[in-house]
Design a protein around this ligand. Structure first.
Ligand SMILES: [Cu+2]
Length: 479
């Protein structure tokens, strides 16, 4: 961990322009109400944003427009794209308009979609072109997100601002009466690195590729403001680690346990309490917190503590909750959250013979899966899956050493076994439906995944975006 981590952000506390986009669900209600005939334009273009004091920063950003349906836009000052909120079963047409100077395509991270809706890099469209998506939302309620996925340029485009949230609701979630409205807070964490001219510094060295590009300045929903004023009430925090490469280890600074009610693919079967939890790029966490136990004037900080307890790193705040008002909305934490189905390994075609993917450094600079580089249309026999089957895969990180959050496109999967290396025990959360999985040095992790509904070419890659671009990514073909 960088010892000077975020010192810059804490030193520069005055913001010339307040850029706090309040992404609570009250605001979301005004964003996109998806109904049967919904169509939006999603435009990616270069824009300047006043991120720091002084000169504006040149970024890339998504902008949304309602074409038809009851879709409204969030008036946001953030560089993040509009938040899309939809219900399971909704149909949505999205015209992605590329007004960048390079090819791009949008991937709907975590959504279960056909190949031609998933944003495989072979579907990238050039400057001035449009790609039209038209899909039905099959996922259960959860926090998903979207970002570009052009080959070799994903890291650059996301780092420069192209990302947004995609919230799916369903009736199971609604029946639980979880904190909503102002008591549901969406928090996207991203780190960035700037030059003296307030412009972003991206990959400059082989080290930036090997470690992934990390920054010294934290952004929360596109702002450096960490404070949230809250009441003596209960809250639901919907978290996305939208960083290119930085993993966090979440912990409350006041000693309370972190209560996790959901992960990538929605609600867990029941709440899980942990002292701390690892939170890798691409992952989402759904956290329940009770500030009714606090006194007026209290502050509670959700911190990131050093991932490895070697005494060298330092904790820093991700979000600070300032309890400033009395409250009346005390939502109870359900004992049971969801009828989460556990996939029985006997359902797989290879329950005792997993397909093993080795996570290895590349010769030269970069990382690989099985020592191979990504080729746009290449598929090995091992990477071919029969439609309507279930398979067991294993990620093996016993030969090289750093965290790789492995993301698989298509449907969500489940972890069935983790042989822990020296670091991951008590750090990772393997429960529930996942689409991005932290693999730590020494680990061998078995997952089980169904390949139903959609034949076609999909991706498997590390979600440290500089690893994905250089070239820790493979295709798999469902046929
Ligand atoms: Cu990686």
């Amino acid at each position: 961990m960088n010892r000077r981590l975020f010192l810059k952000s804490s030193a520069q506390t005055t913001l010339a322009i307040s850029l706090l986009p309040i992404l609570n669900s009250k605001a979301l209600a005004e964003i996109y109400k998806v109904s049967a005939q919904n169509e939006i334009d999603l435009i990616a273009s270069p824009n300047d944003f006043p991120l720091l004091n002084g000169k504006t920063t040149q970024l890339l950003s998504f902008e949304g427009h309602t074409i038809q349906g009851k879709i409204k836009l969030l008036p946001s000052n953030s560089f993040l794209g509009p938040t899309i909120e939809a219900h399971q079963g909704d149909r949505l047409k999205i015209n992605f308009k590329n007004q960048l100077s390079e090819p791009s395509i949008v991937h709907w991270h975590g959504l279960h979609l056909p190949e031609n809706q998933d944003g495989h890099p072979s579907y990238a469209v050039g400057p001035g072109q449009t790609y039209t998506y038209d899909f039905e939302i099959k996922n259960r309620a959860g926090l998903y997100w979207y970002h570009p996925h052009p080959h070799g340029r994903t890291g650059y485009q996301v780092y420069h601002g192209l990302a947004g949230l995609f919230v799916v609701r369903d009736s199971e979630e609604k029946s639980l009466n979880l904190p909503s409205g102002e008591n549901e807070i969406f928090l996207v964490y991203q780190d960035r690195h700037f030059d003296e001219d307030n412009q972003l510094i991206y990959v400059q060295s082989g080290h930036d590729i090997m470690m992934g590009k990390m920054g010294d300045t934290l952004f929360i929903n596109g702002s450096r403001e960490k404070a949230n004023v809250v009441k003596k009430e209960t809250y639901r925090l919907r978290l996305l680690n939208g960083s290119n490469a930085r993993s966090f280890r979440l912990k409350w600074n006041d000693g309370r346990k972190i209560t996790i009610i959901g992960t990538d693919g929605g609600l867990l079967a029941e709440p899980i309490e942990r002292d701390s939890v690892l939170f890798c790029p691409g992952e989402r966490l759904d956290v329940f917190v009770d500030f009714s136990i606090n006194n007026i004037g209290d502050e509670a900080a959700l911190q990131s503590i050093p991932i490895v307890d070697n005494g060298r790193g330092q904790a820093f705040d991700l979000s600070v909750f300032k309890v400033q008002h009395e409250g009346t909305k005390i939502y109870s934490l359900p004992v049971r959250l969801s009828n989460l189905e556990k996939i029985n390994p006997s359902e797989a075609v290879n329950p005792n013979n997993p397909k093993v993917f080795k996570l290895l450094p590349k010769q030269g600079i970069g990382w690989t899966i099985d020592g191979l580089e990504y080729q746009m249309n290449e598929v090995r026999e091992k990477e071919t899956v029969e439609l309507n089957t279930t398979e067991v895969w294993e990620f093996d990180l016993t030969q090289a050493g750093m965290i790789h959050p492995m993301h698989i496109h298509g449907s969500q999967f489940q972890v069935i076994e983790r042989v822990h290396g020296p670091f991951s025990k008590d750090l990772v959360l393997d429960e529930g439906w996942k689409d991005t999985l932290a693999v730590l040095p020494g680990d061998r992790v078995k997952i089980i995944k169904r390949f139903n509904d959609h034949p076609g070419l999909f991706l498997l890659h590390c979600h440290i975006l500089e690893h994905e671009d250089h070239s820790m990514m493979r295709n798999f073909l469902v046929k």
